[in-house]
Design a protein around this ligand. Structure first.
Ligand SMILES: [Zn+2]
Length: 424
């Protein structure tokens, strides 16, 4: 913990001790929490420099300062995962270095690869030719690096050709040109490396490309979920769960994926909710779980549901929050059409209080940590806010680009009122 963070903790404690509950101040506190979680020190809350574990420790410190109750001796619920890490990533065209995370990405499952290659450009026209796989194979043998143009995956012929190119490429590398870049986390290491290069950063006349990528597959990496709760006043054995994932993509070489909207915003509102309900306990117990491993395939919540700290039979409702940084275009509720009565209640609260411009309903989706709870038969919502903010799984999802606004307060109130109604 650096000095800046310590100072912020003091500010936070000061704000929480005020008895009147002022939303503008809470928004400021939430913004500071996000700035902490998105600082370089947390390395994008991934698996390089133990960024995820530092973030988990930060959250458990917050739970402790608030005086949340624990299940067992610690807020931490450990689990393990395999994860591929990209330790180094230096790529240049001739002597022009490319900016990692902005000009290009190394596919998350890439192995270590190093070399200097002449470029073999696979144009859209060549990509549609039945001979393309053969030609690419020949080029690879001669030491060329194939650079595949942007293509339409829905075109069956082209998609087949790409699949064939990938087959002849095991143990080597391909470059794919992309219109947009979106990174993720891999739990395995692939045989071949892929570079995803922004189309605008490429010229087919580049003479050479130098690649220096170092990858390490870490087996049984120890991560953790963080759980604290506020005991219920009349039914302490029954729980409502708030959750959100604290992990993000971590680092790709020097590039940090900060995950401001995804999902420092969800953790900020989770901590904010915890402080509210600590001061305003409800009939049922309310638990707050910050999940790890979400970006690696919902692994923290999967592990939790497989061996729950709170009996699933005693879990009345799960409210998952992920991507909570905007809101000027309203909110979407995944499972809204599955748990219709609950959704109608949420919409009624929203309309009566004029909180968000719109609340949309979706069906089931395996897109965040509510999913395995739903599959286990527990009523659950996943809320995400919508707006102009567009940075997703790129380094630009950072605090230079994200400022919480009045929709933070309104979505907080909407969710709070809904949970209070569940307790009636
Ligand atoms: Zn997320």
């Amino acid at each position: 913990m650096n000095i800046l963070i310590k100072m912020r903790v003091c500010v936070l404690v000061g704000l929480l001790s005020l008895s009147s509950f002022s939303y503008a101040q809470n928004r400021e506190t939430a913004q500071l929490i996000m700035e902490d979680l998105c600082s370089d020190e947390f390395s994008g809350r991934g698996y390089i420099n133990k960024g995820d574990s530092l973030a988990a420790a930060y959250i458990s410190d917050k739970f402790s300062e608030m005086g949340l109750s624990k299940i067992g001796a610690s807020y931490n619920l450990p689990f393990q995962l395999d994860v591929n890490t990209i330790l180094k990533s230096v790529i240049s065209f001739g002597d022009k270095p490319l900016k990692p995370g902005y000009d290009y990405l190394v596919s998350p499952g890439s192995p270590t690869i190093k070399g200097t290659y002449k470029v073999f450009y696979v144009s859209p026209r060549l990509l549609a030719s039945p001979k393309v796989a053969k030609k690419v194979k020949k080029a690879i043998k001669k030491g060329y690096l194939p650079v595949i143009s942007v293509y339409d995956g829905k075109n069956e012929l082209v998609a087949n050709n790409v699949a064939n190119i990938k087959k002849c490429n095991e143990g080597s590398m391909l470059v794919f040109l992309k219109k947009n870049l979106t990174w993720s986390v891999a739990t395995k290491q692939d045989k071949a490396a892929e570079i995803w290069l922004l189309e605008s950063a490429f010229s087919p006349y580049e003479p050479e490309i130098s690649v220096d990528v170092e990858a390490e597959l870490i087996k049984n990496y120890q991560s953790q979920n963080v759980l604290g709760f506020v005991p219920g006043t009349t039914h302490p054995d029954s729980f409502i769960i708030f959750c959100g994932h604290y992990d993000h993509l971590g680092k790709m070489g020097e590039a940090i994926f900060y995950g401001a909207n995804d999902n420092a915003s969800g953790i900020a509102i989770l901590i904010d909710m915890a402080s509210y309900f600590k001061n305003n306990p409800q009939q049922y117990s309310i638990a707050f779980i910050a999940f790890g491993g979400e970006e690696a395939g919902l692994l923290g919540s999967l592990n939790y549901v497989k061996g729950p700290a709170i009996s699933l039979a005693k879990t009345k409702f799960v409210f998952n929050m992920d991507l909570m940084g905007s809101g000027e275009k309203g909110a979407t509720i995944v499972n809204g059409s599955v748990f219709k009565d609950d959704f109608d209640n949420l919409v009624k609260i929203n309309t009566e209080n004029d909180y968000l411009p719109a609340v949309y309903s979706r069906g089931k989706a395996a897109n965040s940590d509510h999913y395995f709870f739903t599959e286990a038969g527990i009523p659950s919502f996943f809320i995400y806010l919508m707006g102009a903010y567009s940075h997703y799984h790129v380094p630009a999802d950072n605090m230079d680009n994200l400022q919480l606004g009045p929709y933070y307060d309104k979505s907080f109130l909407l969710i709070r009122d809904f949970i209070i109604l569940l307790n009636e």
